[in-house]
Design a protein around this ligand. Structure first.
Ligand SMILES: [Fe+2]
Ligand SMILES: [Fe+2]
Ligand SMILES: [Fe+2]
Length: 406
């Protein structure tokens, strides 16, 4: 299957940035700006377009495990948002580096960036989480570190003036301590005052499209599975209520594709759609998603926007048109009462309907912190009622029954 790798990464980083913004109060599009600054700084090292693209990829994904890390810190009572607001550093910072490097290990688009995520918090004097000096830290990691620290510290996404002078003073003070001379020199040589001051006015995706080559690649079914698992893991970490929901929907939709004999290629695409269907939840605020009490009408409506965001995130990825459709229509109903588009039966294909049914089946049968998972039989009964009321496809419910009964 041919997908645009660049589109996919930009889409993903938008979702990841929203998480970072929500959990840690970081300005939105942090990773996008960092990627742009890294690609720009990389020019000073005569990196090829492809190498700068790899560097930008590492930058886009440098904090991919932040949800995973933040969740475990919050569960131990550490208030990361409070620490960030007070300008204090986070405990066990190396954890998100280790988890982040592990998450991208099997991603199919990433041959040259080993260590860039793992070591993106190392300081030149060896005072970072893994105690590596600048000489021991891979170049890409050093560049991501410098650009990441600067964007957090000087909020390049805001329209404040004087960013360049403040940045310059900070970089000079950080030479040899935070950053190596060669990376500071490279940044100062390639990132001009006008560029830095103007960074808040252009969307980082547009900057990256302008800066970097456009790469479309053929992905095999194993690659698709790795991409899918990566997305599912990040989405599922967002909510402890539904900690393996995306993975469950992916597994069960693929099982259904096999049940129908749809063939390996289609099954792999359906698996990817299952993994991505709730990716829009990354945009939904933690407070509402994790609210322990009943939701108000407004909150319920707000949560429904996750399906819209799934559409919004995926629609920009060339090659992913079918997957986008199957993933974002999972809350549509045959009688037009679903969301986000209010489509009717005639507009919903078999796979659209299947994705909706599998989502319901998975939600009913999975365990939640406040209840156990429902038995297969009970779930099917509820779904038969929904089918009788014209909401979902009764034939698909029968097939799900046949496929998962044992
Ligand atoms: Fe980080
Ligand atoms: Fe959903
Ligand atoms: Fe779902």
């Amino acid at each position: 299957m041919k997908i645009s790798m660049t589109d996919l990464l930009y889409a993903l980083s938008f979702a990841l940035d929203s998480v970072e913004h929500d959990l840690l109060g970081v300005t939105t599009y942090h990773a996008g700006r960092v990627a742009f600054l890294c690609a720009q700084t990389g020019r000073a090292f005569d990196l090829s377009d492809q190498q700068r693209l790899d560097l930008a990829c590492a930058a886009l994904l440098h904090d991919n495990a932040l949800t995973e890390y933040a969740k475990s810190e919050y569960s131990q009572g550490v208030d990361l948002l409070g620490l960030h607001e007070a300008g204090q550093s986070f405990p066990d910072l190396g954890t998100h580096c280790t988890l982040g490097e592990r998450n991208i290990e099997h991603m199919p688009f990433f041959p040259r960036v080993r260590g860039a995520v793992l070591y993106h918090h190392e300081n030149a004097d060896g005072s970072g989480p893994f105690g590596l000096s600048a000489a021991e830290t891979p170049l890409y990691a050093q560049i991501v570190h410098l650009c990441g620290v600067l964007d957090l510290r000087f909020s390049y996404g805001t329209s404040e003036v004087g960013k360049f002078d403040r940045t310059h003073a900070f970089l000079e003070g950080g030479r040899g301590r935070l950053f190596s001379d060669e990376v500071v020199d490279a940044f100062e040589e390639r990132v001009t005052p006008g560029m830095l001051e103007g960074l808040d006015t252009t969307h980082p995706d547009d900057l990256l499209h302008y800066q970097l080559p456009y790469v479309e690649r053929e992905y095999g079914n194993d690659d698709l599975t790795h991409i899918a698992d990566f997305f599912a893991r990040i989405t599922d970490y967002k909510s402890r209520f539904t900690h393996d929901h995306s993975q469950g929907v992916a597994d069960k939709s693929r099982a259904m594709a096999q049940f129908y004999g749809l063939g390996d290629d289609l099954a792999a695409k359906i698996y990817l759609a299952g993994a991505l269907h709730d990716i829009g939840k990354l945009i939904i605020s933690e407070d509402v998603l994790e609210k322990p009490a009943a939701l108000t009408h407004d909150e319920y409506t707000y949560i429904q926007t996750h399906a819209w965001y799934t559409f919004e995130i995926l629609r920009k990825v060339a090659g992913l048109e079918d997957v986008t459709r199957w993933a974002s229509l999972h809350h549509e109903k045959l009688d037009g009462s679903g969301y986000p588009f209010g489509k009717h039966a005639i507009e919903l294909s078999g796979i659209d309907r299947l994705m909706g049914c599998v989502d319901i089946y998975q939600a009913l049968t999975e365990e939640r912190p406040y209840r156990g998972g429902m038995l297969h039989r009970q779930a099917i009964e509820i779904m038969r009622d929904m089918a009788a009321n014209g909401k979902i496809d009764g034939a698909i419910v029968d097939d799900i029954d046949a496929c998962f009964a044992s």
